[in-house]
Write a protein that binds this ligand. Structure first.
Ligand code: AMP
Ligand code: GLY
Length: 431
């Protein structure tokens, strides 16, 4: 499609996977990653830019005459990186700040879902002055609810509550403006749902949706979904209970298409990756959240399975000409296991030496996130989620065995990795 130079915005495993996938399909493309990490430095050029400085990102794109900007993190989209690129006529895959509100305001997302008939949990929203109404709703639900800070809170603004007391405490935290700042000035309370979670990704040009293979991420730090929430400790694709084309078609029809149509009708067409976080309940599918970007670490398992050139699809989205449908995927499954640093998801220790990456099988991927290289080449931990080892095989169980077999060759002091990524589940409870 004539794309010679691409700028990928972000610095995580997701951006390493995006850069890798672009190069797999188009080895001659020049890729700049801003700011990138030491994994992207191996295959692309890193340029230090603050991802929320929209003007600086667009300036870099213009100076380097890139043909496409791909936005990774939600913060960059919410900060208006796409708007700044649009103003300079630079093609961009990623939503404007207004369209990204589908992620950056949970109240807005709920309003869109209700108006468009997208199935979601019952909810109420409000500010400190609405406290009485919110407390009444919490009492109505018997305290079995989820309280969410309205804005972006680095994945930490959601508390699943087991009772009234816990829910009220979260309201205190938000309205006291201690824990979440502006992001918590407004909150959403919703009914607690139970079931298994699935993520579905739609690549859109603002009108059409090209849907990728579904994935499941593992958000808690410890095996069996115990412990603190994290950015994601691993992912599989496709989840065996959500693998059929019929499921993907149904989710496109019932969830992704109506959301894209609603945003377009509001005058804010969504160009980018619309990520629907779903709960499969006994009453049917419910949307837990929309994100305005690729998931991390889901991208690290979804892209290795994509069986068409990523850059062509993203470019088509940016040009307003993507073909609707299900993107072809290679037959099989992918499992990615995240290795996190000591202390994660709390205060993270940095600087531990990482060894063994060079001994991974040729067809097993190591996507870097929080890594840094010394001048002499020594690789060290430099962030919470350090890397993700992804393996592909004919099915999830075989991919899981390969991913763990390879991860066992990687070492750094204090390494934390779940041992149950991709383990079969029964009735929503990890076995
Ligand atoms: P969110 O950022 O809205 O996706 O919430 C983060 C996580 O909280 C989700 O992945 C779920 O595990 C959980 N969660 C969110 N909403 C609900 C809900 N209504 N019922 C049960 N769990 C939820
Ligand atoms: N893995 C969850 C997310 O990217 O939001």
């Amino acid at each position: 499609m004539g794309v010679g130079r691409v700028l990928i915005v972000g610095s995580g495993g997701r951006e390493h996977a995006l850069a890798w996938a672009c190069l797999r399909d188009a080895p001659d493309v020049a890729i700049i990653v801003a700011p990138g990490n030491s994994g992207t430095a191996d295959i692309a050029e890193n340029v230090a830019v603050n991802v929320t400085d929209a003007a600086a990102v667009a300036r870099l794109a213009a100076e380097r005459t890139v043909d496409l900007v791909i936005i990774g993190p939600d913060a960059a989209a919410a900060a208006g990186v796409a708007d700044a690129c649009n103003a300079r006529d630079i093609p961009v895959f990623g939503p404007t700040a207004a369209a990204a509100r589908i992620e950056s305001s949970k109240t807005f997302a709920k309003q869109v879902m209700d108006a468009a008939g997208i199935p979601t949990a019952r909810w109420a929203a409000g500010e400190a002055t609405d406290r009485q109404r919110l407390s009444a709703f919490i009492a109505d639900l018997g305290g079995l609810c989820v309280v969410k800070a309205d804005g972006l809170a680095l994945g930490k603004g959601v508390v699943v509550c087991a009772g009234v007391e816990e829910a009220e405490r979260m309201l205190d935290d938000c309205f006291g403006e201690v824990r979440f700042g502006d992001a918590g000035r407004q909150v959403v309370v919703e009914e607690l749902l139970s079931g298994v979670e699935v993520s579905v990704f739609g690549l859109s040009d603002g009108r059409n949706v090209r849907t990728l293979v579904p994935a499941r991420d593992y958000k808690r730090i410890f095996d069996g979904d115990r412990g603190a929430n994290t950015g994601g400790m691993g992912a599989i694709a496709p989840p065996p209970d959500a693998a059929s084309n019929g499921f993907v078609e149904e989710m496109t029809r019932a969830v992704l298409d109506p959301c894209i149509a609603a945003l377009r009708e509001q005058g804010h067409p969504f160009v980018g990756c619309l990520y629907a976080g779903l709960m499969l309940t006994t009453d049917g599918v419910r949307v837990l959240e929309f994100n305005a970007r690729f998931g991390d670490p889901e991208t690290q398992v979804v892209l290795p399975l994509l069986d068409e050139p990523l850059l062509d699809v993203l470019t088509a989205c940016a040009r307003g000409e993507v073909a609707a449908g299900i993107a072809p995927a290679v037959h099989g499954a992918a499992v990615g296991v995240v290795a996190a640093a000591a202390g994660y998801p709390g205060d993270v220790r940095r600087g531990d030496v990482i060894t063994g990456i060079e001994s991974l099988d040729d067809d097993v991927f190591c996507f870097h996130a929080g890594t840094a290289r010394d001048p002499d080449g020594t690789l060290r931990t430099a962030g919470g989620r350090v890397l993700c080892v992804t393996a592909i095989a004919p099915d999830v169980q075989a991919a899981r065995a390969r991913a763990y077999g390879n991860l066992a060759r990687v070492h750094f002091d204090g390494m934390q990795a779940r041992t149950d990524i991709g383990r079969p589940v029964t009735a929503g409870v990890p076995s």
